[in-house]
Design a protein around this ligand. Structure first.
Ligand SMILES: Nc1ncnc2c1ncn2[C@@H]1O[C@H](COP(=O)(O)OP(=O)(O)OP(=O)(O)O)[C@@H](O)[C@H]1O
Ligand SMILES: [Mg+2]
Length: 478
């Protein structure tokens, strides 16, 4: 299923926000809009980002602004492969915006819908991989220690399929820390109103009690229960009925709705969904490892997850590619070189331009064809500037001094460009690589010469002779 609403063209929306140029709208959420945008920099630098802004009609609401700023503040220091990276918080014409890593792919709700439309069940391996990786992201947030080594455990408080994205390369990314809080604050700490996604809140969240990481474990338990079974867990029509159901209704075993679920996995999901937080997994890491142990080889690898996302969202992927192509074409100018002039000397800039226009490979002829490639050719003839010709030893002797090989790209300052290529001067032959005269060679290969050339040997010989003479003299005297 490829959403038709994805990548809506811009009408009266901003064309730029701060240093970012807006390409299209990706989504309109409860309180915010997400845009695809890019940042243009010097030296051909460009970065695609997702921009989150507050919806126009909620802009004046102090509470919404506070949540928005909270998201930036909470996630600014985060660095985890399964959490969307936030880069920047800015303001343009009274419009606050958050720049973050753009995740190419879909969110879990979109994947569930895509599988449903294709009349397929959501593959168990996909659900397990996504749940495990989200649990790892939560574990990081719950045990977060900031750069000043202060413990800052963060509770997400809005874990739901729409806030979990999966990319075309199979990476899971948790996003939307808008209502995230320091552990042990209550869900209405900001406004007196309980926040979270209906049908995904933990019992303690619904009751307005202080929260810790176990609340997120419950919410993730609902997500995985739904993915494994293909059914909404708390599907009641009103918020009040949902609340009653979460607080009181017994939760069905996943295997009662999908017989393919192995019983160890049933136990793990049910433990995450215990209404009493003390009966649940006490940490998200424990939950992640329990999922891995129960799932065994059922859990999908990233490439399998990515394959499923790519399969269902190929049209979206293609649209993104076209958009990016458009940007590349629009940005193919000389902006970078002009701005970088001050950093390089004139020659470097000219060389860079020359290489860009005439790739080095074009100037190097293909390797010569030899009968025996195992032995490297000794020298080459360069009568024709553009070809390399192997020389026989006889030819080599005749050719004196050796001619230079074909040119590598070095340009003359007077004549820049392809026609200005001149050969690099070929280094003279090293003296010690020349063959010695034949007589001398014979002499040096004689073993006696080698013995006499050895200084230690000569010294020992002289000492022995002196000792012998001394002994003879002593004997004579006696
Ligand atoms: N960084 C991103 N890269 C790609 N898509 C994104 C990104 N951030 C958000 N989205 C898309 O926009 C949707 C809404 O984002 P987000 O949850 O941050 O906004 P929201 O206002 O809280 O929305 P909601 O009320 O639906 O949760 C996500 O479900 C996702 O599909
Ligand atoms: Mg959201």
């Amino acid at each position: 299923m490829d959403s038709k609403q994805w990548a809506q063209p811009l009408s009266k929306e901003p064309k730029a926000l701060g240093k970012y140029e807006v390409l299209c709208r990706l989504s309109t959420g409860g309180m915010s809009e997400i845009f695809l945008a890019y940042q243009r920099g010097i030296g051909g630098f460009r970065k695609i980002v997702a921009l989150k802004t507050i919806l126009p009609d909620t802009r004046g609401h102090e509470d919404v602004v506070r949540m928005f700023l909270n998201e930036a503040r909470v996630t600014a220091e985060f660095s985890h492969p399964n959490i969307v990276q936030v880069y920047d918080l800015g303001i343009d014409n009274d419009m606050l915006f958050l720049a973050m890593e753009y995740v190419q792919g879909c969110n879990v709700v979109e994947m569930v819908r895509a599988c449903h439309s294709a009349k397929q069940s959501i593959p168990m391996g996909f659900s397990l991989a996504v749940a495990r990786d989200t649990a790892l992201a939560l574990s990081y947030a719950h045990s977060f220690v900031d750069m000043r080594h202060r413990k800052r455990p963060i509770v997400h408080s809005d874990v739901a399929g729409k806030n979990i994205m999966v990319s075309y390369d199979g990476t899971t990314k948790l996003l939307d820390f808008g209502i995230a809080k320091m552990q042990d604050t209550s869900p209405q700490a900001f406004s007196g109103v309980i926040k979270g996604t209906k049908g995904y809140m933990s019992p303690e969240q619904l009751l307005g009690l202080p929260l810790d990481g176990r609340s997120d474990i419950f919410s993730l338990g609902i997500v995985i229960h739904e993915c494994l079974t293909g059914f909404r867990l708390f599907h009641e029509s009103s918020s009040e009925k949902k609340k009653t159901s979460i607080l009181n209704r017994p939760i069905p075993l996943p295997s009662s709705l999908n017989p393919k679920i192995p019983s160890p996995l049933d136990s793990v999901v049910m433990k995450a969904l215990e209404k009493n937080p003390y009966a649940r997994f006490q940490s998200a890491l424990e939950f992640a490892r329990a999922l891995e142990n129960a799932a065994g080889e059922h859990i999908w690898r990233a490439e399998q997850v990515g394959e499923l996302v790519s399969q269902h969202f190929s049209q979206r992927r293609e649209q993104t590619r076209e958009l990016i192509e458009e940007v590349q074409a629009r940005l193919n100018d000389v902006t970078g070189q002009i701005q970088l002039e001050g950093f390089f000397n004139k020659n470097t800039l000219e060389e860079a331009a020359l290489l860009e226009n005439n790739p080095l490979e074009e100037n190097i002829p293909p390797p010569p064809e030899t009968a025996d490639n195992s032995a490297p050719p000794a020298f080459v003839s360069t009568t024709d500037e553009n070809t390399l010709t192997l020389l026989s030893p006889e030819q080599l002797q005749a050719e004196s001094p050796p001619s230079p090989p074909p040119p590598l790209a070095v340009h003359s300052e007077n004549n820049p460009g392809r026609s200005a290529l001149v050969p690099i001067p070929y280094p003279p032959l090293e003296k010690n690589t020349q063959a010695p005269p034949s007589g001398e060679a014979e002499y040096k290969t004689n073993p006696l010469y080698a013995l006499l050339a050895n200084k230690r040997f000569v010294f020992v010989l002289a000492a022995l002779l002196s000792l012998g003479s001394l002994l003879s003299l002593v004997l004579l005297l006696i």
